[in-house]
Write a protein of this length. Structure first.
Length: 260
């Protein structure tokens, strides 16, 4: 990991902060690689049960670093390079198998917006601004926006966002269904942390299984998605935590989940 990405782990929650505030947390090669390192730590550290992704300063992430691309004459080797496993960079490079909450604090544009769509939950500050402006610069949204966005919101709304390249505010994002909550700026991280702490208190195997199913179901026919859900339900049912939950309910106490 490097100084462009900060990672703090406590009580089952990992806070990942994009830390290029002077550049609106734009996705340089260094930041992309640092983010992939942070995601590997989330995946491999059994003490981490859920992650929160946010940005330092006025932006969540304002997309690709166009200055780096222009200065080098090439930047990333392909439009999707920042999210490509071949570069070891970006959130999409690592399947954490754990829930990720995007706490969108400010500008969430281009690749930054596309990155937020790869998270399992998205909440935003009232100060957040969203958009996919790539079309206005003559290039293609390379982080999966034109594919993922129509899966989350109506096709007509997704087409407007992609083809017009216009920005929209957090209230509009909530109305479209892109995010689930809008909160005052000074409450964003407290809200995200409260959500993460609640999830971290649940049985880890059950949380990972539900997360896997929700991530996979869009690519599967309904019958196969339901079969996958049945298989995952059986697996979760064999765990000690699945026995602990009902036992704690009967004994009128809080369950002690151990991830077993």
């Amino acid at each position: 990991m490097n100084e462009t990405v900060l990672l703090d782990v406590a009580d089952g929650v990992a806070i990942i902060t994009l830390n290029r505030p002077e550049a609106m947390n734009t996705m340089s090669r260094e930041l992309s690689e640092g983010l992939a390192d942070a995601m590997r730590e989330v995946r491999d550290n059994d003490a981490v049960r859920v992650a929160v992704l946010t940005g330092n300063g006025r932006a969540f992430c304002a997309g690709a670093d166009l200055r780096e691309r222009n200065a080098t004459g090439r930047g990333f080797s392909s439009p999707a390079d920042v999210f490509n496993t071949s570069t070891g960079g970006g959130i999409g490079a690592v399947d954490t198998k754990k829930p990720i909450i995007a706490a969108i604090n400010g500008y969430c544009l281009g690749g930054g917006f596309e990155m937020s769509l790869q998270c399992d939950l998205r909440i935003a500050s009232e100060a957040a601004t969203f958009g996919l402006p790539e079309i206005t610069y003559g290039f293609f949204p390379g982080g999966g926006g034109p594919v993922r966005l129509p899966r989350f919101i109506p096709q007509a709304l997704a087409a407007e966002i992609v083809l017009l390249g216009e920005r929209f505010d957090a209230a509009t994002a909530l109305r479209y269904g892109v995010i689930s909550r809008v909160v005052p700026p000074d409450q964003l991280m407290d809200t995200a942390h409260a959500m993460a702490t609640r999830i971290a208190g649940f049985a880890p195997v059950a949380v990972r299984a539900v997360t896997e199913l929700m991530r996979s179901q869009a690519d599967l026919p309904l019958d196969r998605a339901l079969r996958l859900g049945s298989s995952l339900r059986w697996i979760v049912g064999q765990t000690e935590d699945a026995k602990e939950g009902p036992r704690a309910f009967v004994e009128k106490r809080a369950p002690q989940f151990k991830g077993q």
